[in-house]
Design a protein around this ligand. Structure first.
Ligand SMILES: Cc1cc2nc3c(=O)[nH]c(=O)nc-3n(C[C@H](O)[C@H](O)[C@H](O)COP(=O)(O)OP(=O)(O)OC[C@H]3O[C@@H](n4cnc5c(N)ncnc54)[C@H](O)[C@@H]3O)c2cc1C
Length: 591
């Protein structure tokens, strides 16, 4: 999504593009079959990038540099026997494009291994050496999804005179009476729904539990004015795209209702009002003792082989230690509990935090007639939703089919992602010049990240630290919403914020838009210190540049994580589901 040059998308393929790519794929296959590291290496540029999504390595694996790539490919080839590399006739044809300012032929190709069928992306330099290679597993042989020509016949429940019909079977499968699911998914937002839908297609018995009372509540219960910050084209859930009648920026309640519909349409087993309270792993039986609390307060211990944590990177609100906060006589709430500002009309509010939530809460309060001041602690990135933020997803709007866009968007390794965002951010800063200068002029501390990668890398690295401007920046610039720097505050008092110059900024309400504990903390609380330490950081960037512990096997057998934007959940739920299926079928060992 980040290293894509828009103008280039419109380029038309030529016969020579096709031939160059085909020749490279032939030579590549020959080198793999011969197990010839040297000739494999000669097919890549010295500074080249290979990213494998489960096809060669059963893992999410980035490798950098021709020699390392060649060695890793040849080693993996001995185990998987990849073959049949050719341009995929069902996908966008090879095109001459510019990526990160570099001219390449970009081709989507197909191949197979002893285990499955795959797709990939090749970015071939003008020197006929590969700059970027992506390989992905699309399906496992013998375990293809039940879609299209393989759709279920329905014989098991249709016109079943005297027997169970479809609904009877759905009710039975949801009840889990006398049996447990193979996979227990904790959390039924987009991450949980995505992985459950994919696992269902692989015939893996899956149950989602969510502590909230109604499917979609994870969005429904967010603040009143919320609509998605990026456009609909990038946000489809797996298998079932949003209808073309839905708006560009989906309002939160519409998305919440869609989630409810989706779970039903995809026949997903879902227990609402059910909380995962604790779990431990039985090393001998290779399954979890997972205790869940039902809506009536009763507890049940299940024995799933896999637990997928889809419980959000914003599970436990972080409340900072603020001097004098206990003395404050007004109401203190975390942004997590904020719904709308209607109760605060004519009152005064302080909002601590200048991320998305802080800004949106402040704007909501202001729009309800609350005298609002936002407090900034560190510096922050501000990006206009349109035109800037949407640039990252522009490829999705331009026309290639969703699956092709997802493939292309998955090709970049960490260094390419960084470079892509650096280029994009320069463009964004230019587009947003007026608003950035305006913010700086009223004392807002603005930054684009330590390496100029802006909001997208902040999202990947720490899940926050930026604002996609839905109008609040203009209100701050115009002085309609006050701005206070945290380091000018001496302490909080009964009446509000006492500044170091002796004046007080009075408040009736204090909203802490101060973010959430990292997901490792959720693991610690639910699965204990030992597993939390064994797993380490969750989300953020790992040593190899991939997202830490996301969408792949972790140090704890049977424990998986899925989270992220709607696009990330759609893309990576596929590879996570395939890994679980491959493990269930014994194709891969435990680690
Ligand atoms: C204001 C805002 C705007 C955003 N806009 C966009 C956007 O435009 N596009 C985009 O792609 N992303 C957007 N995001 C980011 C991202 O999509 C969301 O944070 C998203 O909700 C993450 O989905 P999830 O399924 O991983 O987690 P969540 O939606 O947080 O769902 C986690 C679920 O787990 C449940 N749960 C947690 N613990 C337990 C437990 N112990 N037992 C049972 N259930 C549990 C929770 O009840 C919850 O339903 C936005 C986020 C915010 C806050």
């Amino acid at each position: 999504m980040n290293d894509v040059d828009l103008a280039a998308l419109k380029e038309r393929p030529t016969a020579s593009d096709h031939a160059r790519v085909s020749q490279w794929l032939d030579r590549f296959e020959k080198a793999l079959h011969a197990g010839d590291t040297q000739s494999a290496s000669s097919l890549f540029q010295a500074d080249s990038h290979w990213r494998d999504l489960v096809a060669f390595t059963w893992h999410i694996t980035p490798v950098l540099g021709a020699d390392k790539i060649a060695s890793a490919l040849v080693a993996a080839q001995k185990k998987i026997n990849a073959r049949g590399f050719s341009i995929d006739p069902n996908r966008t044809p090879p095109r001459r494009v510019k990526r990160l300012g570099i001219d390449v032929n970009e081709a989507l190709f197909e191949f197979e291994t002893d285990f499955g069928r795959g797709n990939g992306v090749l970015r071939l330099g003008m020197d006929n050496a590969a700059w970027v290679l992506l390989t992905t597993l699309e399906e496992l042989k013998g375990f293809e999804e039940h879609i299209g020509v393989r759709r279920p016949t329905g014989d098991a429940y249709s016109r079943n005179f005297g027997g169970e019909n479809w609904l009877d079977q759905r009710i039975k499968s949801q009840a889990y009476e006398g049996c447990d699911p193979t996979v227990l998914v904790v959390g039924g937002g987009q991450a949980g729904l995505g992985i459950a839908a994919r696992l269902g297609q692989l015939d893996i018995d899956t149950l989602i539990i969510d502590r909230l009372p109604r499917i979609g509540d994870c969005w429904r219960l967010r603040y009143h004015s919320l609509a998605l910050h990026n456009e609909i084209h990038a946000n489809h859930l797996p298998y079932l795209p949003f209808p073309p009648t839905m708006p560009k920026y989906i309002p939160k309640d519409m998305l919440a209702n869609w989630f409810e519909f989706y779970a039903d349409a995809m026949s997903i087993n879902f227990w609402t009002g059910t909380e995962f309270v604790r779990g431990d792993y039985d090393d001998d039986a290779k399954c979890w003792n997972a205790t869940v609390r039902r809506p009536d307060g009763s507890e049940r211990t299940m024995r799933p082989r896999h637990v997928v944590f889809a419980n959000g990177v914003s599970g436990i609100p972080k409340v900072p230690d603020l001097p004098g906060l206990d003395d404050f006589k007004g109401e203190v709430i975390h942004s997590h509990s904020f719904t709308d500002g209607s109760a605060w009309k004519g009152k005064k509010a302080l909002v601590l935090g200048t991320g998305n939530s802080g800004h949106d809460v402040a704007q909501d309060l202001h729009s309800h007639g609350t005298d609002t001041t936002i407090i900034q602690r560190g510096s922050g990135t501000v990006v206009s939703i349109d035109p800037s933020a949407k640039l990252n997803y522009a490829m999705y709007e331009e026309g290639p089919p969703l699956d092709d866009c997802d493939l292309v968007a998955s090709a970049a390794t960490y260094p390419l992602i960084v470079k892509g965002y650096q280029i994009a951010v320069k463009h964004m800063v230019n587009l947003d010049k007026e608003i950035i200068e305006g913010l700086k002029s009223v004392g807002f501390k603005y930054d684009v990240g330590h390496d100029g990668t802006g909001h997208q890398m902040k999202y990947r690295r720490r899940g926050g630290g930026y604002y996609l401007d839905a109008g609040c920046s203009g209100l701050i610039i115009d002085g309609d919403i006050g701005l206070l720097q945290f380091d000018t505050i001496d302490r909080f008092t009964a009446d509000g914020a006492l500044l170091k110059d002796g004046t007080t900024v009075p408040a009736d309400l204090f909203v802490l838009a101060t973010g959430y504990y990292a997901q490792q903390e959720l693991v610690r609380r639910l699965l204990g210190d030992e597993i939390a330490e064994k797993i380490g950081e969750i989300w953020g960037i790992d040593e190899d540049g991939e997202m830490a512990n996301m969408w792949k096997r972790t140090a704890q057998e049977g424990l998986w994580f899925i989270a992220g934007s709607l696009a990330q959940c759609r893309i990576y739920s596929k590879y996570l589901a395939l890994q679980i299926k491959a493990m269930e079928e014994g194709f891969i060992g435990e680690r």
